[in-house]
Design a protein around this ligand. Structure first.
Ligand SMILES: Nc1ncnc2c1ncn2[C@@H]1O[C@H](COP(=O)(O)OP(=O)(O)OP(=O)(O)O)[C@@H](O)[C@H]1O
Ligand SMILES: [Mg+2]
Length: 373
């Protein structure tokens, strides 16, 4: 039927709009506003301007047409001959691409990728240049942030390794020597027992030495535990956390309810140390900032992930707390979790305490063959 041609099933494409080819091209350039696209005459003066250029550089067309494109360069680049190099490079090789700082009308800078292309007529005469500029400031900033994050994570790992080494040496060397000293003193004490009755001063001195050694052993333990939780390597994570939470409770008078349900999973030493450090930092924060009376800590494994929740019933974070650039505790926590491909969420409800929830894939935390099978 003849009316099918215009009916809903018509698949013939509509006729092309009657727009001249260069008008189409102009519309295309006008529509792009993420790129500055404009022309330079052979001497480098601005000969056209698009909305993207206006948005990126801040000049209206009327202000910039006819001016030399070196106004977009920094004074240092101008002195170093960069504008001339771009034109000469494009004229010689057809195209010149560079990345660097460029300057907006208001003097602010942005990091740009710039491509200058020579435009020649059919006889090969240079008619000018096409210049396409992309603002990469945000991309560069993100790349820098990522680099800083990796660097600080590296420093933190190195610091922890060094602390672990010092802790092990203190524990193994000094700890053994103090124990040997205590035994030698006890032996001496036994041997002199009968005579000490007549030497009250010596007897008192010996008691003092016993006490001093005990105090030194206790200090050593405290220092070692602060440097590196050796306990987790010898006892395992859960008993080490039992110790940490009880010690915290006693020291600060804040009650801690700690629950662990890891079943027969065995975590790697590195993952156990990470989780221990996270709980340690969270508890330190509770003591310093929370004004809490209770903390609950829950460590479990579910759906292929190791989950750690730390919740206090304190006053919550001050609104400016997260922006504090001198605070490294929460940042370090996040980095530790990142290193294990995990996720950390801090739920901060003013007046209802801080809730930290961490989920780490089990495969990042299990010791080889530690899945209990
Ligand atoms: N449990 C909490 N209750 C209330 N505020 C908290 C809690 N934990 C953290 N904060 C707030 O968040 C901020 C950042 O904590 P973070 O641990 O990163 O740094 P910090 O404890 O101030 O210093 P440090 O670098 O020594 O850890 C704290 O200054 C505090 O204001
Ligand atoms: Mg802290």
């Amino acid at each position: 039927m003849s009316d099918q041609a215009t009916g809903p099933l018509d698949t013939t494409p509509p006729p092309p709009p009657h727009v001249p080819a260069d008008e189409n091209f102009r519309l295309l350039i006008e529509a792009v506003d993420d790129y500055a696209i404009f022309m330079l005459d052979p001497a480098g003066n601005v000969a056209s301007w698009n909305p993207g250029a206006r948005k990126m550089k801040g000049y209206e067309a009327a202000e910039i047409l006819g001016r030399h494109f070196s106004v977009f360069h920094t004074p240092d680049d101008v002195n170093a001959g960069q504008p001339g190099r771009e034109l000469a490079g494009a004229a010689a090789h057809g195209r010149y691409e560079s990345e660097g700082w460029r300057v907006r009308k208001d003097g602010s800078k942005f990091w740009a990728n710039v491509i200058v292309t020579a435009i020649r007529d059919d006889q090969g005469t240079l008619r000018g240049f096409a210049k396409v500029t992309q603002d990469l400031t945000e991309r560069r900033r993100l790349a820098e942030l990522e680099q800083i994050r990796r660097f600080s994570s590296h420093i933190q790992a190195a610091r922890e390794e060094e602390q672990a080494r010092i802790a092990r040496e203190l524990h193994d060397e000094l700890g053994q020597q103090l124990t040997a000293l205590k035994m030698a003193l006890a032996e001496l004490h036994g041997a002199l027992e009968a005579r000490l009755a007549d030497l009250p001063q010596a007897a008192a001195g010996m008691q003092d030495m016993h006490r001093l050694i005990d105090v030194s052993v206790a200090s050593l333990r405290r220092i070692v535990a602060g440097l590196h939780p050796i306990a987790i390597e010898t006892l395992g994570l859960v008993p080490a956390l039992d110790w940490l939470t009880e010690d915290f409770s006693r020291r600060y008078g804040i009650s801690v309810e700690f629950q662990a349900a890891l079943g027969d999973l065995t975590l790697s030493d590195a993952a156990a140390a990470t989780l221990f450090h996270i709980v340690q930092e969270a508890l330190t924060n509770v003591a310093r900032h929370a004004r809490a009376s209770r903390v609950s800590i829950d460590l479990s494994a579910r759906d292929g992930a190791c989950l750690l929740r730390i919740e206090d019933d304190g006053q919550g974070m001050r609104s400016d707390a997260r922006a504090n650039t001198r605070s490294f505790g929460l940042m370090g926590m996040r980095e530790r979790v990142d290193r294990l491909d995990g996720r950390l969420v801090i739920d901060d409800m003013p007046g209802r305490g801080v809730h930290i929830a961490i989920a780490i894939p089990l495969m990042s935390v299990l010791a080889p063959g530690g899945d209990g099978r």
